[in-house]
Design a protein around this ligand. Structure first.
Ligand code: ZN
Length: 434
């Protein structure tokens, strides 16, 4: 139960990708990992752990082994679908209401955002004597609400209603007197005068706290389980893993998965490739050593999966379907939106089996496209054997999702076993595990 409490606290303290990365970085630093900057010269030594962030919203951590002959990489994402506040942040309604002007970040379920307390968090850029400085802020109080239209004014709503992001989703910030108050509130929260706020990346977040539900406490209910559950599990496994004698343990938490990963800090950027190359340069390795290590490397692309829905079991494949609390999910897709293939599934399956961790197999219904995730995207920059995994959950992309309480320890245990297992390759097609 400790792990559930810690996970839910981590998620609560991480209302945005910026906060998630800050919290990952603080735990890494507390464990003795050394912070690097992309603009500095890197000097690395065996036995030590390091991390580097990009855009304050993606982070890569790694432990340098005695022999850097391969990489064991776990990737997860820091962002979740939410509403982003536009630059001109306020809207006035008949002089009596002040709303915030928001747009969609990622694809979310709209309905569960209504009629619940929301707040604002993110990053602001403030003027300093020497230039500009980024600060994370969290208003951290019940601040906003997106009110539903009453059933009396929208009688057909329960027959299926199409929400419009521009007209239906604007949160109520205050009455007419709240006008011009938002910028002031943000500046106050950042601790600077209003005119010193020069830029921002601010998001709405739901105020609900993660909790345990179910007859026997078998489920967890929380915002952002996709994908902070996997990001947190990766971090715990990274910190708990033995110092490797062979192979680099690496943890990547990427931003912008929910909008296609195509940013300078996303999985579709050079971030991972840059870090790998720089590690080998700092270790005085030859160019060929990088290619040899990549040939023997393995990645877990960790992002949550769809559990069978209790009201709609027909939405999932009859046999390749997964349930909460039944272990780590290995995801398959013939069109390779998930990177798993026979090789990566076999290696990971063996590893889990050897460590007594349950796993299950998922594929979408054959008439459903499903979503891609990190592995297939980062694979175009760093091409290595990858298996797509996750934990079974319900209501993906709702501001409050449901997952299995037991699965948290399965994921941490599976990831830790991965970091502690040396995988090497002979030729093309034979693998030595352990
Ligand atoms: Zn995800």
């Amino acid at each position: 139960m400790d792990s559930i409490k810690n996970l839910l606290t981590f998620i609560e303290k991480s209302p945005t990708a910026f906060h998630a990365v800050k919290n990952v970085a603080s735990e890494l630093e507390a464990s003795g990992a050394i912070r690097l900057a992309e603009g500095d010269k890197w000097e690395l030594s065996a036995g030590k752990s390091y991390f580097v962030t990009r855009n304050m919203s993606s982070v890569i951590a790694f432990t340098v082994p005695g022999e850097a002959d391969s990489l064991r990489i776990i990737a997860a994402h820091s962002d979740s679908p939410a509403f982003k506040i536009k630059e001109n942040a306020e809207l006035s309604v008949r002089g009596k209401y002040t709303q915030l002007n928001v747009e969609k970040y990622g694809g979310m379920l709209f309905a569960p955002w209504f009629d619940r307390p929301l707040s604002v968090a993110g990053r602001v850029l403030v003027r300093t004597e020497k230039g500009v400085e980024a600060r994370l802020i969290d208003v951290d109080r019940d601040l906003l609400v997106i009110p539903n239209v009453a059933i009396h004014m929208n009688r057909e709503v329960n027959d299926g209603f199409k929400y419009n992001a521009q007209t239906d989703m604007m949160p109520l910030f205050g009455d007419g007197t709240a006008k011009d108050g938002f910028k002031k509130l943000i500046a106050e929260t950042a601790g600077v005068p209003g005119e010193d706020v020069l830029g921002n990346d601010l998001f709405l977040y739901p105020r609900i706290k993660g909790t345990v539900v179910g007859h026997d406490g078998e489920y967890i209910l929380s915002p952002r389980l996709d994908d902070l559950e996997c990001a947190w599990s990766g971090l715990k496994a990274f910190l708990a893993a033995e110092k490797p004698s062979r192979g680099i343990n690496m943890l990547c938490v990427f931003d912008n998965e929910e909008v296609g990963s195509g940013t300078k800090q996303g999985a579709d950027s050079t971030f991972l490739r840059d870090v790998i190359k720089r590690v080998f340069i700092a270790l005085n390795k030859e160019k060929e050593d990088v290619y040899r290590a990549l040939a023997a490397s393995f990645m877990l692309s960790a992002d949550n999966a769809h559990a069978v829905h209790p009201n709609h079991p027909e939405k999932t494949d009859a046999e390749n379907c997964v349930f909460m609390n039944e272990g780590i999910v290995i995801k398959f897709n013939a069109n390779q939106r998930y990177t798993t293939d026979g090789v990566s599934a076999a290696i990971f399956h063996k590893l889990l089996k050897d460590n007594g961790i349950p796993c299950q197999h998922f594929a979408n219904r054959s008439d459903v496209a499903g979503g891609g995730t990190l592995g297939n995207i980062s694979g175009s920059h760093v091409s290595i054997n990858t298996v797509d995994i996750g934990l079974a959950q319900l209501a993906m992309h709702s501001p409050c999702e449901t997952a299995g309480a037991k699965d948290v320890d399965y994921m941490v245990g599976g990831m830790k076993a991965f970091y502690n297992t040396h995988i090497s390759v002979a030729g093309d097609g034979e693998f030595f595990i352990g």
